[in-house]
Write a protein that binds this ligand. Sequence first.
Ligand SMILES: Cc1cc2nc3c(=O)[nH]c(=O)nc-3n(C[C@H](O)[C@H](O)[C@H](O)COP(=O)(O)OP(=O)(O)OC[C@H]3O[C@@H](n4cnc5c(N)ncnc54)[C@H](O)[C@@H]3O)c2cc1C
Length: 399
Amino acid sequence: MLQNVLLEREIYSSEEHRMMQKMIQDFINNEMLDQMDEWEKNGMVNREIWERAGELGLLCIDMPEAYGGSGFDFSFSALFIEELAKKGVTGPGFSLHSDVVAPYLLKYGTEAQKQKYLPAMATGKMIASLGMTEPNCGSDLQAITTTAVDKGDHYLVNGQKTFITNGCMCDISLVAVKTRKGTETESISLLIIDSDSEGFKKGKPLKKIGMKAQDTCELFFDNVKVPKENLLGEEGSGFKIMMTELARERLIVALNAIGGAEGAIENTIEYTSTRTAFKQPIAAFQNTQFKLAECSTQLQVHQAFLDRCTLLLSKHQLTAESASIAKYSATEMHNKVVDECLQLFGGYGYMWDYPIARMYADNRVARIYAGTNEIMKLLIARGLYKELFEQMKANKRNK
Ligand SMILES: Cc1cc2nc3c(=O)[nH]c(=O)nc-3n(C[C@H](O)[C@H](O)[C@H](O)COP(=O)(O)OP(=O)(O)OC[C@H]3O[C@@H](n4cnc5c(N)ncnc54)[C@H](O)[C@@H]3O)c2cc1C
């Protein structure tokens, strides 16, 4: 039933979208679902699945073909994100790699950097991570303390990052570092660091309450020599770049949320249609119908807004405020939907073998990462009071 809702969405209605959707669904059903237990046991997926995704053209979907990408627009990447989320496949950190790190390199990289990294990333033979968060700062990124000291032809990097997605498996990490003194925002730069550099160490997969198959770990830098040509963009431009690119990352988290909500509702319709109590299907109780009606309403209203944001991103017009609204609202909706759906499964909903239980544990983090939902509200409010805040800043400067 919900399958039809997705197909009716204008944004995914072309023949090419339908063909890609079928290919993605086959990939998930035939090559991923039966590996999930093993991945969870290992705390990470395997390299084969990355390379297979690369073979199918599902990594770096919206990157130009000249750099090994598939050359589609962002709506095809969005489709892949939603389909994975619908089935609760949170193990492979594909979107962080393809839809977050690759665009940084494409947009701000030198030609040599693009040639060196992007084609390898598109094949899945090179896996990327993004190192911003540190043990003592996440929301307040200006406060990072990882340093990169200029040593002429290279930087010497020291510090630590934490909670890094794809951390254990990564071959390269795009790392936020402090390169110089000056105002806090002007002192941050981005370095592409090869994980086989001397002094670069990876921690063990962190034990999380959900997304157990997605590798998340700490990264340590102990006098790591990073060649100057690995600087992304200009020195001191790191904070500005991150603030610009975070909009894309937030939309991705929001897309994941609407895909996840759709999957949860689909699962629940199926379960409540067959499970009986008091001699009738659970679906026959008006409470069940009303709960799912509420969930479906919320999902479809969010789909409409997210479709608009996806189109805007494809045209490079998505604002920080819209991305924050999408991330904040879709993840809150997803959390509520999954909780309501799990309730309708009764005791089985609490059992790990049931996808709804995994979805419940997996989706909680979405209100925290890529900027917490409290930070999203700050950004939305900043947009509402733009003139007043600028005036207040100017007054402070003039004092
Ligand atoms: C599974 C997982 C994967 C992740 N992957 C990555 C990754 O790949 N790369 C990466 O760099 N990071 C990653 N992160 C880190 C994530 O982005 C941070 O956890 C997040 O930004 C929050 O930072 P923090 O944990 O330091 O929380 P804190 O900043 O310490 O926040 C704690 C609480 O204080 C609130 N708070 C903070 N500042 C304000 C304020 N000004 N106003 C109101 N409330 C505020 C927050 O909303 C939160 O509720 C990941 C995290 C997890 C859990």
